[in-house]
Design a binder for this molecule. Structure first.
Ligand code: NIG
Ligand code: FE
Length: 414
């Protein structure tokens, strides 16, 4: 399989950034090219450059595909989802509309715990079917790699089952999946009166079982007042490292949780949400090389008007990624293009910075920066083809799907 994609109006290459996450000022450097073409051989990017140059190197077996003036971007990388769950929480949406806070709903046994009940009783086939449908939506929206967290089981068997679902779906659909164990997502009702015993269960029973099962690569914790303390989060992430799981953390989503300090201390791969992070937290994370994964669709849906201070984070030279946070509670969406719009409007990112955050930096946030996220020769031929006149048009024309084709490892998926 050898082909060249030609007649590309604008191409986002993300070239020239080496192997490291792209920080601060450099995030706007997406390597935008007009009149360039790209050659793919056996699912891998072979070469990229001015069209005449790429075409002159072809041989008789090279197929030419005319993209008719569309845009080409690296496939979106989705670095933070909670996709394996059953049912929905549409019934709670009204409570939120009445002003009941997210953590209050959780404290009353709803929220995450409502989804835990639905997930525990769903069974593997139903979970797979519902997750596959969400992945299909992501694929149609131009996402080619997806991180997925457990965390709606909160008992060892169901946590392992969620990770098993990820593994089986990896075999049955084309997107690359990356699994994260997040047993510390909430304290389940059976440990309500003894939350420390649940932390012990995560450390002493779940983490060894997850390592033995061998599916998850990362460990994540919801560090938030009333959920898991900074001390417990640190204990869990340290234990995760001992079980070969790289640390990630949900930090400062609803208040200054202390999570960004823990992220810096443990040199987490990424810290997620950061809606309330203070400047010191930003500085510590920048210093420690923690990638900030921002989830502005969650801010949008929580509707408190609080957004992460992305511009400050860039000033402090952090590397930022973007994600949908797809989950049934705080962010019921699979739409990365919508996230780009919200990121530009409310995080004040430029279209270039937002695209970098949803491609190359998102890949780094899930340990895939060497494989995807840019058009460097040798990387996987994962592209999204957009029917739009310019990259600026993508966030501007919001809440629509501009995708006309998606390539995964050189295979057109639509
Ligand atoms: O990233 N904050 C914790 N976890 C998810 C929400 C999960 C849920 O509400 O079901 C989040 O926002
Ligand atoms: Fe999340």
């Amino acid at each position: 399989m050898d082909f060249i994609l030609t007649n590309i109006k604008q191409m986002v290459t993300n070239l020239g950034h080496g192997q490291e996450p792209v920080k601060g000022q450099a995030m706007k450097e997406v390597g935008l090219k007009e009149g360039w073409a790209i050659r793919v051989k056996d699912g891998i990017i072979d070469s990229v450059g001015p069209e005449a140059e790429i075409l002159s190197a072809r041989d008789e077996n090279t197929e030419i595909v005319d993209l008719q003036g569309k845009l080409l971007l690296p496939g979106f990388v989705e670095p933070h989802t909670h996709l394996v769950y059953a049912g929905d929480r549409a019934h709670e949406w009204a409570l939120k509309q009445q002003g009941v806070p997210y953590l209050e709903i959780l404290a009353q046994g709803g929220g995450i715990l409502d989804t835990v009940r639905q997930t525990r009783s769903a069974g593997k086939e139903a979970l797979k079917e519902q997750t596959a449908k969400r992945l299909e939506t992501m694929k149609r929206g131009g996402i080619t790699t997806v991180e997925i967290k457990s965390g709606y089981g909160l008992d060892t068997a169901t946590e392992l089952l969620q990770l098993e679902v990820v593994k089986e779906l990896q075999e049955e659909q084309p997107l690359d999946l990356v699994a994260t164990f997040m047993g510390a997502h909430a304290t389940p009702p059976e440990y309500k009166d003894n939350p420390q015993a649940f932390v012990d269960l995560v450390i002493n029973e779940m983490l060894p079982a997850v390592e033995k099962q061998g599916i998850a690569e990362f460990c994540d914790v919801f560090c938030e007042a009333g959920v898991f303390s900074p001390e417990d989060s640190l204990r869990i992430l340290e234990a995760g490292i001992e079980h070969n799981l790289r640390p990630k953390i949900h930090a400062d989503e609803l208040g200054v949780s202390g999570g960004s300090r823990i992220a810096a201390q443990i040199k987490a791969v990424s810290a997620e949400h950061l809606m309330e992070t203070d400047e010191e937290g930003m500085e510590l994370m920048a210093e420690a090389g923690v990638i900030g994964v921002l989830l502005p669709a969650t801010s949008f849906n929580l509707a408190k008007g609080t957004y992460a201070q992305a511009r400050k984070m860039l000033e402090k030279n952090m590397a930022l990624a973007l994600s949908t946070d797809a989950n049934p509670g705080s962010s019921p969406t699979e739409n990365m293009q919508f996230v780009l719009s919200v990121a530009c409007l409310y995080l004040k990112l430029s279209p270039e910075e937002a695209i970098m955050a949803a491609t190359l930096n998102a890949a780094h946030a899930i340990g895939r920066g060497d494989l995807v996220g840019s058009l460097d020769p040798g990387k996987q031929a994962d592209f999204v083809i957009m029917d739009a006149p310019s990259i600026d048009y993508l966030p501007y024309h919001f809440a629509s799907n501009h995708v006309s084709q998606v390539y995964k490892k050189g295979v057109p998926l639509l």
